[in-house]
Design a binder for this molecule. Structure first.
Ligand SMILES: [Zn+2]
Ligand SMILES: [Zn+2]
Length: 254
């Protein structure tokens, strides 16, 4: 049986940890600094991510959450230091906004060879206390590396991207990927989404690393998404309930 996680080296201190066997094709990212490491998201939570991370660094791990959706916090239970934006703190500590049955139907949406030992009957949504609350502009120090927190609401109210100026890497979570970008359900906001796209466009990242699907699409996709949103706004179509708009590399679900 194939390993559940796929590790890809972005550079000698940066790794993608992906779950390609699941239809969501989630990506988490490990950034090794001199004194500590940053783990961006923890995936579906169907296999032990801590073991994989331990094979890539002996540093203490800080987990940051791009947003509190089940497919980004699944492995949070394996780690101690978890950070999240204020707007989604209560989703971790009090009440996840989607019922377990809804999460499971997503998890089991397409046939999948889950890892040995995984039992979907036992699957639970992570709930726990964050050790740090993040805000726009916060800096995360990893010794030799410095990562900036960018608040990018729209897909969810506390959605965060993480930017490293030195390398030009931008970790985009569910704000940017090659697939269907979701802004159609109650906790999303298409107008905020558009503004967040404009915000990250202004950073001119060298490379982007999304939460799903293609690992490192051309950053020009940000410009294309911006154009799509701007056009819909101009036509007064940027409203929830308007359906799916398809473009070459992505679609927008409003
Ligand atoms: Zn999401
Ligand atoms: Zn996602």
């Amino acid at each position: 049986m194939k390993d559940w996680f796929t590790i890809e080296e972005i550079d000698s201190n940066t790794f993608a940890i992906s779950e390609y066997q699941h239809w969501e094709q989630t990506h988490c990212y490990l950034l090794n600094g001199e004194t500590s490491s940053l783990l961006i998201d923890t995936g579906l939570g169907v296999a032990n991510m801590k073991e994989i991370v331990a094979s890539l660094t002996k540093n203490p791990i800080q987990v940051v959450t791009t947003h509190v959706h089940w497919d980004h916090i699944g492995g949070h239970r394996y780690f101690q230091n978890i950070a999240v934006h204020k707007e989604e703190e209560s989703w971790l500590t009090e009440k996840f906004p989607v019922p377990l049955a809804g999460v499971k139907s997503n998890l089991l949406h397409k046939p999948c060879d889950f890892p040995v030992g995984f039992d979907s009957e036992q699957y639970e949504i992570f709930q726990g206390q964050p050790s740090r609350i993040l805000a726009d502009g916060d800096m995360i120090h990893l010794g030799s590396r410095l990562i900036k927190v960018i608040h990018t609401p729209g897909h969810s109210p506390g959605h965060l991207c993480f930017y490293e100026a030195e390398t030009g890497y931008l970790f985009t979570g569910d704000l940017v990927y090659t697939g269907k970008l979701d802004a159609f359900y109650p906790t999303t906001n298409p107008v905020d989404f558009m503004h967040s796209i404009k915000k990250i466009k202004a950073l001119h990242p060298q490379k982007i690393f999304p939460g799903h699907f293609e690992l490192s699409p051309d950053p020009a996709i940000i410009e294309a998404i911006d154009q799509a949103f701007t056009e819909l706004a101009t036509q007064n179509k940027l409203k929830q309930g308007n359906g799916i708009f398809k473009y070459e590399q992505f679609s927008l679900h409003l």
